[in-house]
Design a protein around this ligand. Sequence first.
Ligand code: XMP
Length: 519
Amino acid sequence: MQEPRDVHDTVLVVDFGAQYAQLIARRVRELQVFSEIVPNRITAEEIAERSPGAIILSGGPASVHVEGAPQLDPAIFDLGIPILGICYGAQLIAQQLGGVVGRGMAGEYGRTQLARSGDSLVLPDDAPTQHECWMSHFDGITELPEGFVATATSAGAPVAVLENDERRIYGVQFHPEVVHSPYGMGTMARFVHERAGLAPDWKMSSVIDEQVAEIRARVGDARVICGLSGGVDSSVAAALVHKAIGSQLTCIYVDTGLMRKGESEQVVETFRRNLGIELIHADEGESFFEALAGLTEPESKRKAIGERFIRVFEKYTGGLSEAEFLVQGTLYPDLIESGGADGTASVIKSHHNVGGLPDDMELELIEPLRDLFKDEVRALGTELGLPDEMVWRQPFPGPGLGVRIIGEVTPERVGVLQEADAIVRHELAAAGLERSIWQSYAALLADVRSVGVMGDERTYGHPIVIRAVTSDDAMTADWARVPYETLEIMSQRIINEVDGVNRVVYDITSKPPGTIEWE
Ligand code: XMP
């Protein structure tokens, strides 16, 4: 087995603007070197203690001239650790080491021509003398600090790349982390692999080895439980913990009766049969329908489902009283500070995708995915042998189809919706659109009826709404431009195959003002 990762192999990304820092950290990991994001108020002592292999200063929305603009502890520049500054980070290097950052310049936004003006140790060798990159700045470096050379310029940035190889400190005014900088990844690779000398050896198989060793050491021979929702995160977390401790893990799958067609069977099949994990299938649909009887208001439905969920979880874990640990699929973005340039606000989301767990459960948490981004969790799932349908599953709300039936939730209505939803999912996959779409589903307007005609008969049935959206994070979303042909097949199939439905509509509302779910 591989030794736990050496801390020297880590790149610390100093956060001067949250979304930039996250993207940089992901790019470094794509280069197969582990990276972590740290707030910009980190001190030289704290960095020295962590002893990283390299430091990257992220871009940020601020100007170095604005009062209170974040600075770096200057002693960090003297630690002898290779540093790459990006945009704001490059300007900080210039300013803090004795150069000049000019103000009130023309600025550059978007695609910009970069001209090499000297031998560079960070721009990749295959980057032509003139090449395109992505810029976003108004201030610019006008005078180099002592010991630095400029190796590239652009129309609005007399110093677009600055380098001091003796101190191994480099800065680029452009954004190498974005796809619009075609030589950006080459620049990051050259810094990380060559200047900092970090080997590309962080891969999913080493993550598995490390986690397995850590979980074994922590758990000993104690019992561990894991609530499965069928979603990507809890599934991958469970598979990983199972690899570490085998039959000491018991998974509980609370079947609310509000899952999509075939979903519960798939969870049971995958975990019990394919992975050999001990799985309690809490088949509790009936009790959820009882709790939902007569309820039509979205929040009361959510509350009823959430409460029932906790009771059911308690009922089944009651018999596992010797359990000491609880597995949770918390991801890195759920934990990192989202304070942006300030970096002071540490916001930790409580992320119980399955609807919340009992507050009074005294269990220690195991969060084996807490270092990973979503795409890395998917890669890990594949490496652990989980099927594609599970690894690439779209986000699904904890209350399930309960918030996709507008009106009272009954078993019959869930049955109707499951059929229509299965057609939407099937046809979207058949059109090859599944992975480009954030979420797609059918909703049943159970409180609405409209008139139609089928054969010689007048019908009076319910409408199905098809919803398909694109999004990066569910905070905002746009309706997906699904081809008419695909919508046509969905509509025909739903009307022909699903009893009680005589009309299909496509939801063309973005978020905001709409939400992704209908309730
Ligand atoms: P909205 O509808 O607010 O949804 O645009 C944003 C994202 O959150 C999911 N969602 C939920 N997830 N419990 C959950 O676990 C819920 O009650 C819930 N409501 C919405 C939704 O599917 C989308 O991904």
